[in-house]
Ligand binder design. Structure first.
Ligand SMILES: C[S@@+](CC[C@H](N)C(=O)[O-])C[C@H]1O[C@@H](n2cnc3c(N)ncnc32)[C@H](O)[C@@H]1O
Length: 354
């Protein structure tokens, strides 16, 4: 039986990844029930409840990091936008080159481990139920397309919809073109593209018409409603966010009780020192060079490897997920290829923490 970790068990006080220890210290975590925030729909301030800790509310002037540099949260958003606007057209080709195609295997495994379209807890003999999947930082669509294929084709469940959300219109534009070129009409009809900052899903910009059915027509802000999502995925996106706790808080808000947060992200290879040394040499030596030769953009790929280096360890990130109110099973993560990437999952509890 896996053990469950929850915020109620976390009385260890200050903890966090190395960076956030320096920049955004955590305080005691035991009372963070974040699911009840109900923001004003026309407010410029992201939603927060009386228990939302300050560090989980975006603050444009708060220090964070951009690769190895310290910048403000607002500046990071601008600079990350610059990176992904610059790499959008070459993004898919570069992914294959930099990872020797491994990113495809990791993504396949991530999606099959979530088995979209199949809900074993659905009452009755048929385990297929309607599902709304929100793919955050969905970029050019790799995860969303796999989700739809597994749900519609493998699990024969056409009642699964996917919303691809990303802050960057250039990445979404490549994704929309790919969807038109590669997906059957039925899957195209089940996909919605929205532009949004993962740290504030109360203000999104739908790019496809008609807008996704889950949007609350009574608000002009296209706020993704509380408890409207069955499965929240984010792949290779979260390390780029300016305020990760804010994004986790939003994930918790939009998920239904029992809904799943699932993240695929680069991680740490520290448990295998020799492999780690080879991997670091490859990352810092070859990837910026490949970026320069293939995409004519060394700086963006230098940022990419630095951002991987600065991302929290598997354990620290697991603790951030727990701190946002999710429960995790077992150790809370699964290493892929020795920890080059890792999958983290958390469930929004069906019952609010006391
Ligand atoms: C490395 S790409 C990953 C794309 C896709 N998920 C995949 O696995 O191929 C990272 C994506 O994160 C997006 N992103 C960065 N900051 C974001 C934010 N604050 N909110 C939403 N998306 C963001 C970028 O625009 C980019 O498309």
């Amino acid at each position: 039986m896996p053990t469950l970790r929850s915020s109620a068990r976390l009385s260890r006080g200050q903890f966090q990844c190395q960076l956030q220890k320096r920049i955004r210290p955590f305080s005691s975590t035991s009372t963070r029930a974040l699911s009840s925030s109900s923001p004003s729909s026309n407010s410029n301030t992201p939603p927060r409840s009386s228990t939302t800790p300050d560090y989980a509310t975006p603050d444009p002037s708060r220090p964070t990091h951009f690769g190895f540099e310290t910048v403000t949260e607002a500046e990071k958003i601008q600079r990350v936008a610059g990176v992904f606007t610059s790499v959008a057209e070459s993004y898919d080709r570069m992914n294959d080159l930099m990872s020797f195609g491994w990113h495809r295997i990791w993504k396949d495994h991530f999606v099959s481990s979530l088995n979209p379209g199949f809900s074993p807890l659905t009452p009755g003999p048929d385990p297929r139920a309607p599902q709304h999947i929100l793919d955050i930082a969905g970029g050019t669509g790799d995860i969303a397309f796999r989700m739809l294929h597994t749900a519609h084709v493998v699990n024969a469940n056409p009642d699964v919809r996917v919303t691809i959300s990303d802050i960057n219109p250039a990445m979404l534009s490549v994704g929309r073109q790919r969807a038109q070129d590669q997906l059957p009409a039925s899957q195209q009809a089940a996909i919605t593209f929205v532009e949004a900052n993962a740290e504030d899903l109360t203000r999104t910009k739908p790019l496809t018409s008609p807008p996704a059915p889950f949007f609350d027509a009574s608000t002009a802000t296209n706020r993704i409603p509380d408890a409207s999502v069955d499965l929240y995925t984010v792949a290779f996106g979260i390390r780029n966010f300016s305020n990760i706790p804010a994004a986790l808080r939003e994930a918790h808000r939009v998920l239904k009780p029992g809904g799943i947060f699932a993240c695929l992200e680069f991680s740490k290879v520290d448990k295998h020192p020799l492999f780690n040394a080879v991997y670091k040499r490859w990352s810092f030596g070859a990837i910026p060079l490949i970026g320069q030769l293939v995409a004519g953009d060394r700086d963006s790929y230098q940022y990419l490897v630095e951002s991987i280096e600065r991302f929290p360890s598997q354990e620290d990130f697991r603790d951030m997920i727990v701190d946002a109110g999710f429960v995790v099973g077992g150790q809370g993560y699964e290493d892929l290829t020795g920890g080059i990437a890792a999958i983290h999952k958390g469930m929004k509890p069906r019952v609010k923490a006391a």
